[in-house]
Design a protein around this ligand. Structure first.
Ligand SMILES: [Zn+2]
Length: 217
């Protein structure tokens, strides 16, 4: 398994949807001094999956053990491609600007990839059918494939982008942040990705601006 063990900072999963948290894993996306990559290696991607509760620690342990260095590098590359195409489509939706056509094609490839790597299984008890048995799409035999995280994230992105929730995707009000989140507040008034970070920073800035105004008057 590539990548030396390290104690990495946990992801700030404040977006309310794994596809949005995933996009936010390229931090400072719009800053002039360049973005900060939080998915530096495959291990980070696995960490993200566990923290997002898309994969269990046992599943991740199996992947971490079985995936070789080349496959891990390819999967990471693929994940970043998916993430950037997802970002282009979501920011395009928020800003009402169409994303570049290659990003749409990339999303199409990833969504089809996710669909191709699920199998139809008979389940004895389905949660969304009052516990009745029925069929459901499962990852099944693809669960130990290096690309499993990419397919799962593609499915999450596809679910979000083709649902009504797309209309609730917003960007953080801090210009240097612009992280995505799902606004589930009652009056659709959520402004910050994370009140503790961006909300307080902007409050402090406004306070400072008022002070400055007072001084210059
Ligand atoms: Zn923010």
């Amino acid at each position: 398994m590539p990548g030396a063990p390290k104690t990495a900072k946990p992801f700030d999963l404040c977006a309310g949807h794994p596809a949005l948290d995933f996009v936010n894993s390229l931090d400072n996306r719009f800053r002039a001094d360049g973005p900060l990559e939080l998915l530096a290696d495959y291990r980070d991607l696995l960490r993200f999956m566990v923290q997002s509760k898309l994969l269990g620690t046992q599943q991740v342990r199996v992947l971490a053990k079985s995936v070789d260095q080349d496959a891990a590098a390819r999967a990471l590359q693929s994940a970043r491609e998916l993430r950037e195409a997802t970002a282009a489509a979501l920011y395009g939706s928020v800003d009402r600007r169409p994303p570049p056509p290659p990003d749409i094609r990339a999303l199409e490839r990833h969504f089809l990839g996710a669909a191709r790597h699920q199998e139809l299984q008979w389940e004895p008890s389905l949660e969304n059918a009052n516990g009745r048995p029925g069929i459901a799409w499962r990852w099944g035999r693809f669960e130990s494939e290096p690309e499993l995280p990419v397919w799962m994230l593609a499915q999450a992105a596809s679910d979000l982008m083709t649902s009504r929730d797309l209309g609730r995707v917003r960007t953080c009000g801090a210009e240097t942040c612009r992280w995505l989140f799902l606004d589930t507040s009652k009056n659709h008034t959520r402004r910050w990705c994370n009140m503790k970070i961006c909300g307080n920073r902007m409050k402090a800035r406004r306070f400072q601006a008022r002070l400055d105004e007072g001084i210059s008057r």
